[in-house]
Design a protein around this ligand. Structure first.
Ligand code: NAP
Length: 523
């Protein structure tokens, strides 16, 4: 029998009462550990976090809490090797892909620690300047942001067990709000282990951080009006969260990060041999293969002028052909597995669905697996599809609304009329109905600047790659804590990160109408 991982609630490690659900190695197929949350007293767990954790955190200042984040980042850094081992075993990732999750999480935590340092020894934030309410400046309105007196419940997706925890926990804890994380079952081990290391180090007050591994049953029922819930996962589960009475009746604040059909756009007018084309091909191939395409921000649609379709197809395919797929323990392997058999089947089914409206430009099934048994390992080669011509891009609907969560992207040509029909490309991108990120590739700064405002209303982030930033840009799919993460419409409508903007979600804004003498005393 494999080890049963404990849950940390009410300031204690507690085992679930059931047999548990086994977590597996997606490459070898072996069972690793079990998780179970049945029989936990969830009401007591939430009350403990809310009352003990919340009160203790709020008694500290932003700068003091920032110091705790810094200490937690150091603990995680010291245990990094263990996280790499867990990730290889449970997520089937090669080292570079583990880094995106583990090091990305630690970096994000460290970044919030630094940002929080400069917030000072205060307990709430001023929001803007006082505004006069009368001709005489004696009676004024001052807005303030105060940490919410509830818990932050995180319901997370399987693809980022480390980063997904810390990108949410860092701003919440810095805000003074205790967190309860429920990782996706299939990869819960890494989240549980990171929480365990931080809890064992005794950095945060009791109740500041809890972890519940296993079923989500009953979690939403615990939420009260001043709690918040942040969900990352599929649009279907997001709809369940949104319609829960905690949200509809108690106005529990909710943040949703759901699936997204992100785009990469090659600007019109780039000549054959232009560096922008190389940059696009490189980034698309990288985005398709990092974490086996299991990134919410990964490029799914690649918009190119019709006249460039063949050139770009060949450039991307040539890169994909070099991707070795298989056991991440083998040094020659560049791409490991998808997370489990269910996802493997979902990728295969998604490909079949897309292929009904697209041609295969690079076939992932031609990649022989390295050091892995194809009957057991959940490894999928990268596949590039294409809608062939501009008319094909207009006629296809599936490519615009289907996120295949694996190493799959589709080349979507737009009209090449004149210098290239940018309006057509933008119209095709909008059919994604709101995405997390679009990247734009071109060498004319004025033309790039013209395109950007056409994308910012429907994307949380626009990543612009011109030759001058080729060596330093942070990547289409990498979520940087300094920049907003989230997107409107089908991407869920959420907002995370974006520097200190992330703290807004964990604070309540209030207007104070008082005499200037009182307002100047507010500290
Ligand atoms: P999922 O099936 O929706 O699961 C997400 C989380 O919700 C898991 O922790 C899951 O727990 C939990 N859950 C399932 N049913 C629930 C319910 N009825 N009530 C409350 N919680 C429930 O999504 P996934 O398959 O893990 O993640 C893949 C998807 O996430 C992809 O579509 C991807 O685009 C999206 N994603 C988005 C972002 C972003 O930032 N926008 C980031 C990463 C992933 P169990 O695991 O125990 O079922």
């Amino acid at each position: 029998m494999t080890e049963l991982l404990s849950n940390y609630v009410s300031g204690q490690w507690q085992n679930g009462q059931g047999a548990g659900t086994a977590l597996h190695d997606p490459v070898l197929g072996t069972a690793l550990v079990r998780v179970d949350a049945s029989g936990l007293d969830l009401a007591a767990a939430f009350a403990f976090a809310r009352h003990h954790g919340g009160a203790a955190l709020r008694a500290l200042t932003y700068a003091q809490r920032a110091a705790m984040l810094g200490a937690a980042a150091k603990v995680l850094q010291a245990n990094r090797d263990a996280y790499y081992e867990i990730s290889t075993a449970n997520s089937g990732t090669v080292k570079n892909d583990t880094a995106v999750d583990v090091d990305g999480g630690i970096y994000t935590l460290g970044t919030y620690a630094k940002m929080g340092e400069s917030m000072g020894d205060v307990h709430f934030m001023h929001d803007g300047e006082p505004a006069r309410l009368a001709k005489d400046p004696l009676f004024q309105s001052q807005h303030v942001l105060t940490p919410t007196r509830g818990v932050a419940l995180f319901i997370n997706a399987f693809n980022f067990p480390a980063w997904g925890l810390w990108e949410k926990a860092a701003p919440a804890l810095l805000s003074g709000v205790p967190v309860i994380v429920k990782p996706a079952t299939t990869t819960a081990w890494l989240t549980q282990r990171m929480v365990k290391d931080v809890v064992d180090a005794g950095i945060f007050p009791a109740g500041a951080i809890s972890v519940i591994c296993g079923s989500s049953a009953g979690l939403m029922d615990q939420l009260d009006p001043f709690d918040v819930v942040s969900f990352t996962g599929s649009a279907d589960t997001a709809a369940i969260i949104r319609s829960h009475p905690a949200v509809t009746k108690k106005s529990v604040r909710v943040n949703i990060e759901a699936d997204s059909v992100n785009s990469a756009l090659l600007m019109p007018g780039e000549a054959l041999g232009s560096e922008a084309i190389d940059l696009l091909a490189k980034e698309v191939a990288r985005e398709m293969t990092v974490k086996s395409g299991q990134k919410c921000t990964a490029i799914r649609r690649v918009l190119v002028p019709e006249a460039m379709y063949e050139t770009v197809a060949q450039a991307i395919s040539a890169r994909l052909a070099k991707t070795t797929v298989g056991n991440p323990r083998n040094e020659t392997v560049r791409m490991g597995a998808v997370v489990n058999r269910e996802q493997f089947n979902a990728v295969r089914d998604g490909l079949t669905y897309l292929k009904a409206q697209a041609a295969v430009l690079h076939d992932g099934s031609t990649h022989a697996l390295v050091d892995a048994d194809a009957a057991v390992a959940c490894c999928v080669g990268p596949t590039l599809l294409g809608t062939c011509n501009a008319a094909g891009s207009d006629a296809a609907d599936r490519v615009h609304d289907t996120e295949v969560f694996g190493p799959v992207a589709t080349l979507v040509p737009y009209r090449s009329t004149g210098n290239g029909d940018l309006a057509h490309a933008l119209q095709l991108i909008r059919r994604g109905q709101g995405s997390l990120v679009a990247s734009v590739y071109g060498s004319d700064p004025a033309e790039l600047a013209r395109a950007i405002p056409e994308l910012t209303d429907s994307h949380g982030r626009v990543h612009v790659i011109s030759p001058d930033v080729a060596a330093m840009h942070t990547g289409h799919g990498n979520v940087m804590p300094q920049s907003l993460h989230g997107g409107p419409g089908r991407a869920g409508g959420g907002e995370e990160l974006g520097g200190l903007r992330a703290l807004n979600f964990y604070h309540r804004r209030a207007a104070i109408q008082a005499s200037t003498a009182v307002l100047t005393q507010l500290k």
